[in-house]
Design a protein around this ligand. Structure first.
Ligand SMILES: N[C@@H](Cc1ccccc1)C(=O)O
Length: 500
């Protein structure tokens, strides 16, 4: 049985007092009310004290009652005035009464028999009676005084001398219930005291001073109770989906990838499509598959030389290809759109120049029209990236994709299916087997076509991929509605787990 400082102190004081109410113990120990209560409960649970709660009906002054206790009841104030002037007009009562107090005053004075009411040509007038002259302190005045001093009186005691109902009606006092807590030391407590209780101040924190002075040897440390219930706090924290994305970013950086960034969510069709060798009449450019900006409608094309090369690739072909065989329109390539895939950044990076060998990635918000429901959003995030090196093959790509599935998704198995993208050849679709989600379509990948890379000035093979991570995020965050990824729901924002 270990007792803390507060418990010991309370027990010692009770040893002297034998029986006390909580208020007395607060005074005797100098502790706060909560500390005393907590100590009593601990002592009680160990059978060292007995706690008895007594509920008592009491009467307390209202704010009006408190005011009257100071300045006197209305009838007392009027009586004083009458004693001075003998006769006063009703009007003159305003000197000592408020508007609310004037109305009932005649009734009260009559009941006490302190004044006679006369009708005069100028209105009602009050004259003091003999009884009024001799009037002394009444029971109600005494109760008021006592209440003002003590704060409350037992209901019974008040009722003996005045009607509580009447006090309530006059809004002077109100009823209340107070709980008196009487604590008594038990036999067991007394025995423990006889054995002796050593009162050592408990220390809650080890300070440099305690160490340097060697005092730590003497003091008693208060044990931590990590199970004690505390108030929940919700400090500011990162949005859960953001945390998820940041963790993936970190992992990719750890794997040696360089991050590609961009300031805008808006892209020209040139970078979203044309630079990726996607023909301008490709169905994915129609409004059903991507958004378009209304205003401004057009942006800028990059330097002429690059635009010329892309145009040639589309019209006549590059690197031994015959191209798509149509007239390429620079106007069309200038159209602005919310980025529809993160691969646009890979194209930008390749045109800007890359380290060889080099590994790049980006995490981008992308936009595609869809009908919103619990598994579809019109904006989501993609991780795109590429590796460029002299001797890369398709097999390297499959190896890297498998690595991602394991590192990012925690997948155990992966499957590859042949696929098609205008900018890769060959192209592949990756599915990853997640222990709880089953087979999840994870993304697309391929070897960038030479028509694309050559136009962007790259001679080496480039293997590239685009991975959708929202389903994985949903799983990690324990949600089954994709809209929650961007939800304002405070409860979810507060309670979503951030574990990886
Ligand atoms: N951009 C493609 C994915 C992809 C990226 C790179 C190479 C091949 C495919 C998509 O949005 O689905």
């Amino acid at each position: 049985m270990t007792l803390g400082y507060n418990e010991k102190l309370v027990l010692l004081k009770l040893g002297e007092l034998k029986k006390a109410d909580v208020e007395e113990l607060i005074k005797a120990t100098g502790l706060e009310q909560v500390a005393v209560m907590r100590a009593i409960l601990t002592l009680q649970s160990q059978g060292l004290v007995r706690l008895e709660e007594r509920r008592e009906k009491v009467v307390k002054l209202t704010d009006t009652g408190k005011k009257y206790a100071k300045i006197g009841l209305p009838e007392v104030r009027v009586l004083k005035l009458l004693k001075e002037k003998r006769k006063v007009k009703l009007e003159e009562l305003r000197e000592v009464l408020t508007e609310d107090e004037i109305k009932p005053i005649i009734g009260i004075l009559r009941k006490e028999g302190w004044a006679k009411v006369e009708k005069t040509p100028e209105g009602l007038a009050l004259e003091i009676t003999e009884k009024g002259e001799k009037a002394e302190k009444r029971a109600i005045d005494e109760v008021l005084e006592k209440l003002a001093v003590k704060g409350y009186l037992p209901h019974e005691e008040v009722e003996k001398v005045v009607s509580v109902k009447e006090l309530k009606r006059r809004k002077i006092a109100q009823e209340d219930e107070i709980v008196e807590r009487i604590v008594e030391i038990t036999e067991k407590g007394l025995n423990l005291m006889k054995k002796g209780i050593e009162l050592k101040k408990e220390v809650t924190a080890l300070t440099p001073e305690l160490i340097s002075t060697g005092r730590w040897r003497e003091v008693e440390f208060k044990p931590f109770n990590i199970k004690a219930p505390v108030k929940r706090i919700y400090p500011g924290k990162k949005q859960p989906y953001r945390v998820f994305l940041d963790k993936i970013r970190r992992r990719l950086i750890e794997m040696g990838f360089i991050e590609m960034t961009v300031d805008s969510l808006i892209e020209t069709q040139f970078w979203n499509f044309d630079a990726l060798f996607q023909p301008q009449n490709h169905p994915a450019r129609e409004w059903t598959d991507t958004y378009q900006l209304k205003y401004p409608e057009k942006g800028h094309l990059p330097d002429k030389e690059l635009v010329e090369k892309v145009k040639t690739a589309h019209e006549k072909g590059l690197a031994g290809s015959r191209g798509w065989g149509y007239v390429w329109s620079p106007e069309r390539a200038m159209l602005l759109m919310p980025r529809a895939h993160a691969t646009a950044l890979s194209a930008r990076q390749l045109a800007k120049g890359v380290q060889i060998p080099g590994k790049y990635f980006t995490i981008q918000r992308v936009f595609r029209p869809d009908v919103l429901d619990r598994t579809h959003l019109i904006e989501f995030n993609q991780i795109d990236g590429f590796v460029v090196s002299e001797d890369l093959t398709f097999r390297h790509l499959l190896g890297i994709l498998k690595r991602f599935a394991i590192e990012i998704a925690g997948a155990k198995k992966v499957k590859f299916f042949p696929d098609y993208y205008p900018f890769t050849e060959p192209s592949v679709q990756l599915s990853a087997y997640h222990p709880e989600l089953g087979w999840v379509e994870f993304g697309g990948a391929g070897v960038f076509r030479e028509e694309m890379t050559e136009a962007l000035g790259i001679k080496e093979p480039v293997i590239a991929w685009g991975i959708g991570i929202d389903r994985l995020a949903m799983f990690k965050l324990g949600i089954d509605d994709i809209r929650y990824l961007f939800s304002y729901d405070l409860r979810w924002l507060r309670e979503a787990k951030l574990l990886w």
